[in-house]
Design a protein around this ligand. Structure first.
Ligand code: ASP
Ligand code: MG
Length: 420
């Protein structure tokens, strides 16, 4: 069995959804679990619906939701003939689920409502994709993943109950493959033991696909994306970025850690545990080789470059010129945890601790304010953080030329520069 995951960009238009048919037909006769994200920017639109609802603007929330509904009905209408009516019926059931909630007044936490509303994006997209596959005679079964993926109630960042979920996969997913070769379900969402919907964190569909691949002992997972392959740099920033044919799991984890927008970092572990290969393939040109990610060490990698813009440096020193010891630093890390801040780089010296963060003004303000009760704090904005893995001297010179280097950190594998 294989697992395929189609991201939001691969289902964001009628044409792109039509692409899925020929891709699946290349593996005709094989059993494939198909995990789909919400179409295009639907998750962002549903976040806005939740925001309006929670701000007490019921009318606005319903209007915004209406736009989302219309987009999906229009897409379904363009794709489907014989399967339109059942699909419309299914969509309308999901619409009502959300609207019931929007007519109420918010009394619970924002994150709770977020998950109840935002999960609809994946329900809509999978209803349409599986109806379309059936329309073109690819026999496909649809499952509500909320009956399978059981999570805790840490809304927006829920953790999976592996035992319960594993049993449900055996009970509900495997038998489904007796009815159809293709089983289609949602990424990113799950449910609690009280049947409340949950989400696994933004961009979480890759993770769902990896969880299924692990529990089904799949032979491989393929993530279909709108890129040629995993590249050694972001082609939008570096036009001469080139595709990487293969990577090992650890390299991908490192790349994700330094901020490369490749694959959701949580995706790797479930695959690594069972040595399941991960293919990253281009959905608009499946003939391209893409990238294979596996457990075999890959040598001679090209330099891998990650450039993060909009960085903020916080310099903090003790007020009495005592050493920056574990008491100060421990306290700072408690603040990071409390404010859910993940520093992109930290460095400490005798009386100075430096950290580099993404520019999230509210969080930085809170951090600076709280830290200034026991440290002196200076904030510097508008910086960029350059990370190069597998670097060499010429490349470093080329990439830092004419820039002011505020900080440098280096290991044999990785060098980082904070640049002004
Ligand atoms: N639709 C969700 C998001 O946009 C999950 C995903 O795409 O992986 O974050
Ligand atoms: Mg996505």
């Amino acid at each position: 069995m294989k697992v395929f995951k189609f991201g939001g960009a691969s289902v964001n238009s009628v044409e792109r959804i039509k692409n899925i048919g020929p891709i699946i037909n290349q593996w005709a006769g094989e059993k494939i679990l198909v995990i789909v994200s919400a179409m295009g920017k639907t998750t962002n639109s549903l976040e806005k619906v939740t925001g309006s609802f929670y701000a007490g603007k019921k009318e606005e929330a319903l209007q915004l939701f209406d736009l989302v509904k219309q987009q999906h009905l229009t897409t379904a209408n363009h794709l489907l003939v014989t399967h339109y009516l059942p699909c419309e019926k299914q969509l309308k059931r999901f619409f009502i689920e959300v609207e019931w909630l929007l007519y109420d007044d918010p009394v619970k936490d924002y994150d709770y409502y977020y998950d109840q509303v935002v999960c609809a994006g994946e329900l809509f997209s999978t209803a349409i994709v599986s109806a379309y596959l059936n329309e073109i005679h690819i026999n496909t079964s649809w499952l509500d993943v909320r009956d399978i993926i059981r999570t805790d109630d840490d809304f927006r960042e829920a953790s999976i109950d592996w035992d319960y979920t594993g049993n449900k996969i055996r009970e509900l997913v495997i038998p489904e493959f007796e009815k159809a070769n293709i089983v289609c379900t949602q990424g990113f969402i799950g449910a609690t033991d009280e049947n409340e919907s949950t989400t696994l964190g933004r961009e979480g569909s890759d993770y769902t696909a990896a969880v299924f691949a692990n529990m089904l002992n799949a032979e491989s997972l393929t993530i279909w994306k709108d890129v040629k392959a995993v590249m050694n740099a972001d082609p939008k920033q570096f036009p001469d970025a080139r595709p990487i044919a293969s990577l090992d799991y650890n390299e991908v984890i490192e790349m994700a850690y330094y901020g490369a927008q490749v694959i959701h970092p949580k995706t790797i572990k479930p695959l690594q545990n069972k040595s399941i290969p991960l293919y990253v393939k281009c959905f608009s040109d499946p003939s391209l080789e893409g990238t294979l990610i596996h457990d075999k060490p890959v040598h001679d990698l090209p330099p891998i470059i990650v450039l993060k813009e909009n960085q903020v440096m916080l310099e903090m020193n003790s007020t009495d010129y005592s050493f920056m010891g574990e008491r100060h630093i421990g306290h700072l890390y408690q603040l990071f945890e409390k404010l859910n801040i993940k520093p992109n780089l930290t460095q400490n010296g005798a009386i100075l601790f430096v950290c580099v963060l993404d520019d999230r003004p509210e969080k930085i303000e809170k951090l600076a304010l709280e830290a200034s009760s026991f440290l002196e704090v200076r904030v510097k904005k508008g910086l960029s953080l350059l990370t190069i893995r597998h670097y060499h001297k010429d490349l470093i010179e080329k990439m830092t030329e004419g820039k002011q280097i505020l900080l440098r950190q280096q290991t044999p594998e990785t060098v980082q520069f904070l640049l002004q």
